[in-house]
Design a protein around this ligand. Sequence first.
Ligand code: FAD
Length: 450
Amino acid sequence: MARSPKDTGATSMPRTIDAHRIAVVGGGIGGLVAAYWLAKSGARVTVYEASDQLGGLGTFFQYRNVFLERFYHCMLPSDRHLLGVLRELGLEDQIYWKETSFGFMRDGRLYGLNTPLELLQFSPLSLADRIRVGLTGLWGSVCSSKGLDDVTCVEWLSRLSGRRAFEIFWKPMLQAKFGDRYHEVPALWFWTRFNREKGGGKSECKGYIHGGYRRIIDTLADSIKAHGGTVKLQAPVEKLDLAEDGLLTVHVAQDTPEVFDRAVITAPIFFLRKAMANGRLASVAGQIDTEIDMQGVVNAVLMLRRGFTKHYWVATIDEETPFQGIVESTTLLEKTDTAGVHLAYLMNYVHRTEPRFHQSDAEILEAYVAGLKRLFPDFQDEDVIDRFVFRAPFVEPLYTTGYQQRKPPTVLLSGKLYLATTTQVYPEVTSWNGTVGLVRKVIDELLAEK
Ligand SMILES: Cc1cc2nc3c(=O)[nH]c(=O)nc-3n(C[C@H](O)[C@H](O)[C@H](O)COP(=O)(O)OP(=O)(O)OC[C@H]3O[C@@H](n4cnc5c(N)ncnc54)[C@H](O)[C@@H]3O)c2cc1C
């Protein structure tokens, strides 16, 4: 699929290129990177994005003179797939790094949990339990991941840290992410996450890019177009079918269906079954396990006159607090990237069927601000300059043991239909890095099946 020397990248494509029209469904980081690499390889790519903006879960909104992420985003030094693409795009020198820290609030007290000494001062646990939690962390960073997909986090962490420490320390953090499905999550999820965050025991360091994640999204979109690709917004794919001549048809609302040689699906899997029903691809969709479900999120962004803590992330997990964590991204972002205000993201991971997911923005903000006042008694309404609420129904799979075997295949129909979604990133952490790594694998498979 090498680009022909005669190819102008726009109108008069030679037959060899024309024979490789590829549809990419979804314009999040997965779809954009897939389209970028395919267009670079000489394919004629069309990206279909359902919403009016690219970026998916990493998308942005304008606030004053800056563009902020709807959901807090940062990168880690171990994000080698993502950093590789940023290098390829010439954006590497726009990334800046800072040492960041993690805090844990319990019974109105804030504990730093970044050094062995801080862990030893974590009084909600007995001294013996603090030592066991520390040893769990140490063991997690050196032990093999073998077999951990078949053991639950509950079992593994209780065995290593002890039942009491599990209840007080680990369980709230698992519940924060997975709600009452926490007890099914495999230990492998914890293991990869822990090792990504800690980078093998080194101090915590996070990265961000000048101009925000929008800069990455825009650069990818521009590169796709520069290589002759097309990006369609407000183009939700409703039907995917296989014509008699073996070509794929992509249907978007009232538009005339378009014909492709191949397609890469990066949109959440839930639309696929419907999109492929009653056609030649109906049996293909059957390869995706219907039991796979995903967690959602309701997240508020507050623009504040002052910050709360010195930590990037503070876990605030108790019965009375309506969010499970505060990300104060101002501890990482430069002032020029925040329009000079303090930014706090309050996140609540919640399933899309739960009433909390459907509360109005006003109800959510009222509850979150009340929760903040309880945690920080000197916090006042006047501290808030602006506020926004964003929701997403499909963030991360609700993993169960043995997920490694159940995750959907990357090749749905050889030589035709490929899948690269968040449901397949595991055991890598759900992140831009995990998605880019998965997409690289899928594109390599697609190009090999030329
Ligand atoms: C609160 C929160 C915090 C996060 N923090 C971080 C972080 O700090 N660092 C990090 O790396 N990652 C973070 N992530 C995870 C990261 O955002 C995701 O892993 C990543 O964006 C997934 O990308 P994707 O392209 O696979 O999917 P998505 O971003 O979900 O993109 C899928 C796209 O498909 C589109 N689509 C859906 N249906 C259709 C259709 N029928 N036709 C066409 N298009 C369709 C959607 O509109 C969407 O744009 C965070 C996520 C959340 C929610």
